[in-house]
Design a protein around this ligand. Structure first.
Ligand code: AMP
Length: 252
């Protein structure tokens, strides 16, 4: 596997290219995306970039878990060919000023609590797509609204790549894997299990009842490109967790 830090250093890639955008701190959710990409493409590129543009000033950008050496080993074992790990300046050089606004979809649910979040996500994804020129890009169902935003971006701007959405990978206790789970104390982790249990009811009212001891940002039914999901964001101590279950419609 090649670890590449600049756009100019990226190798020429022959055959089909699958891209897996990530912010690192790899877990089995990321590995599922790498495996899906490995199965369908000649070349697998993973990007590792903690994107400042998708964090608000009061969020966890500075303490976001980073362990590049471990990520390099895990990506290599997963069959990734190129790990693109640029600096912030490589993606947002001095004078950078172009931003993607996906409209209403980016303002609802997560967008209500993280107003510029999807602007940052859509912008970095478009930039990564332009840099890597993949045939397919892979996203997790865990971030269902993010996947919907990326599909909207691809459709609206005729980017001509396929977006694949990979089912959510959970721990044995039901908690969806997330790099942010590392923030949870054992007690907080126990409390966080209310989230998958609540979603498993597939009923917003019952789910809200099960979450009465947590701070709930939202627990709502949403329709993303014809797929109905029950989606939620909760706070456990200082940690904000999101998750969803599919009510109807396929993950594609
Ligand atoms: P992140 O590094 O957290 O930005 O995640 C990178 C990609 O992995 C995103 O497309 C996420 O939706 C996906 N992902 C994160 N957690 C999971 C999970 N538990 N199951 C499946 N995909 C996931």
């Amino acid at each position: 596997m090649k670890v590449v830090r600049t756009i100019d250093e990226l190798p020429r890639m022959d055959g089909s290219v699958g891209l897996v955008p990530t912010m690192g701190a790899f877990h089995a959710g990321h590995l599922a995306l790498f495996a899906a990409a490995r199965e369908e493409n000649d070349v697998v590129v993973a990007s590792l970039f903690v994107n400042p543009a998708q964090f608000a000033a009061n969020e966890d950008l500075d303490r976001y878990p980073r362990d590049e050496a471990r990520d390099v080993d895990l990506a290599e074992e997963a069959g990734v060919d190129v790990l693109f790990a640029p600096s912030t300046g490589e993606i947002y050089p001095d004078g950078y000023s172009t931003w993607i606004d996906v409209g209403d979809l980016g303002q609802r649910l997560e967008g209500e609590f993280r107003p510029d979040h999807f602007r940052g996500v859509a912008t970095v994804c478009l930039k990564l797509f332009n840099i890597v020129r993949p045939d397919r890009a892979y996203f997790g169902q865990k971030d269902a609204q993010q996947a919907a935003v990326v599909k909207q971006l691809v459709r609206d701007l005729a980017l001509g790549l396929e977006i694949r959405v990979v089912p959510t990978v959970r721990d044995e206790d039901g908690l969806a894997l997330s790099s942010r789970n590392a923030y949870l104390s054992p007690e907080e982790r126990e409390a966080a299990l209310a989230l998958p249990r609540a979603l498993a009811t597939k009923d917003p009212a019952q789910a809200r009842e099960l979450l009465r001891d947590l701070q709930v940002d939202y627990m709502e039914e949403a329709n993303f490109n014809g797929q109905r999901v029950l989606a939620a964001a909760v706070r456990v101590g200082k940690t904000r967790l999101i998750d969803n279950v599919i009510l109807e419609g396929e993950t594609k």
